[in-house]
Design a protein around this ligand. Structure first.
Ligand SMILES: [Zn+2]
Length: 371
């Protein structure tokens, strides 16, 4: 080995020793973060046709824009369920996601009701509906299986129009509920805070397409075609651009929260120096989310693998269970590692501001970047 080669090797070695933690997610992870984008309806199934707009076309247009943008990230792989105006059965859509072993499934739709006044965005995760309105959205979206031959057989006797068929939904997808809600929250936050759309919230209902997937999954209702003003917005290029951007930001916020496994990568992403976060964040409280559930459980250490301190908070009709409480981000990372070591493998850090309102990690870290 020549001395020049030796110094090069030595430099590489130093680089490995000192700088290896400073890597982005793409370098750390052997495989890409796979997002399945599902444009609702298609072909003979137009979806809802409020004000003569076509849900299938608007959903596809938004989805293609989201995909185009996400493809630019070298650590994201985009998989579409359809890129054209074709009919795809619901179970096939889920199959595509399951076969790809996707990290995320995002189905995009537009709402429609008989009454022309309702408007606003809502994002659904799978679960038991809490009211008739949520059930009705699911019933309408599930009715598309009637376009499929043998739907009774394929969906085990499921009748999209019978409320009894929906009772089973409370039991499925519990494993991914946490992450699904996290993503839904991020998407709704973008719609509400950035686009100023009316927020109808994160909701649960029995959507067949979500029942069949084995990964965190959401169904986004981007607005009501049946509302004159919102229908025109949804059908416009600028409206679709904005909605697509919001979904992209929601997905990115989710990915950053779930996947970044070391502090340096996270800081680098937000252009915050390590020195800045060694000190406490005066206006932010970090906690580690262990679980979300519709069940109310006593937040005592014996129920959570001896972890302590614990807290519980009711958010969007779900109880969130948190471990730890600190102003220090590095300490929060340590708490997260401790939770993971106890078996809470999907545990993640959440941040709250002074008013106890949940903020994204990005927002929290930025309070240091701005100094
Ligand atoms: Zn739809």
């Amino acid at each position: 080995m020549s001395s020049k080669n030796f110094s090069l090797c030595f430099l590489l070695f130093l680089n490995f020793i000192f700088f290896s933690p400073i890597q982005t997610y793409s370098q750390l992870s052997s495989s890409k973060f796979k997002v399945v984008l599902d444009a609702g309806h298609g072909g003979k199934d137009s979806g809802n046709t409020g004000n003569d707009y076509l849900e299938k076309d608007i959903a596809l247009s938004i989805v293609l824009q989201v995909g185009e943008e996400l493809k630019k990230y070298d650590d994201i792989e985009v998989i579409y369920t359809r890129t054209k105006d074709v009919f795809i059965p619901l179970h096939k859509r889920a199959d595509i996601a399951n076969k790809a072993k996707a990290d995320l499934f995002v189905s995009v739709h537009c709402n429609g009701v008989a009454n022309s006044s309702p408007y606003g965005t809502e994002t659904f995760v799978l679960g038991l509906h809490r009211n008739k309105d949520n059930l009705e959205v699911a019933m309408k979206e599930n009715a598309v299986i009637k376009f499929e031959e043998d739907y009774e057989v394929k969906y085990d006797g499921f009748d999209p129009e019978s409320p009894e068929s929906y009772i089973i939904f409370s039991l499925t997808q519990e494993e991914f509920l946490d992450q699904s809600i996290l993503l839904a929250d991020f998407v709704q936050k973008e719609f509400t805070n950035t686009l100023k759309r009316k927020n109808r919230g994160v909701k649960q209902a029995g959507f067949l397409v979500l029942r069949e997937t084995y990964m965190p999954s959401v169904l986004v209702e981007t607005g009501f075609l049946t509302n004159k003003k919102e229908g025109a917005y949804l059908n416009s290029k600028s409206g679709q651009d904005k909605l697509a951007d919001a979904i992209i930001d929601g997905i990115n916020n989710y990915k950053n929260t779930i996947n970044v496994s070391n502090i340096e990568a996270e800081l680098e992403e937000y252009k915050v120096s390590t020195e800045a976060v060694v000190e406490d964040f005066d206006d932010v409280i970090f906690k580690v989310q262990l679980a979300a559930s519709s069940k109310k459980i006593d937040p005592s250490p014996e129920n959570f693998k001896k972890l302590s301190p614990l807290s519980r908070n009711l958010e969007n009709d779900l109880y969130k269970y948190y471990f730890g409480e600190t102003n220090n981000y590095i300490e929060a990372q340590n708490l997260k590692d401790k939770a993971k070591a106890q078996g809470y493998t999907s545990a993640f850090i959440v941040a709250f501001n002074k008013e106890a309102k949940k903020i994204s990690i990005k927002e929290a870290l930025k309070t240091k970047a701005d100094e």
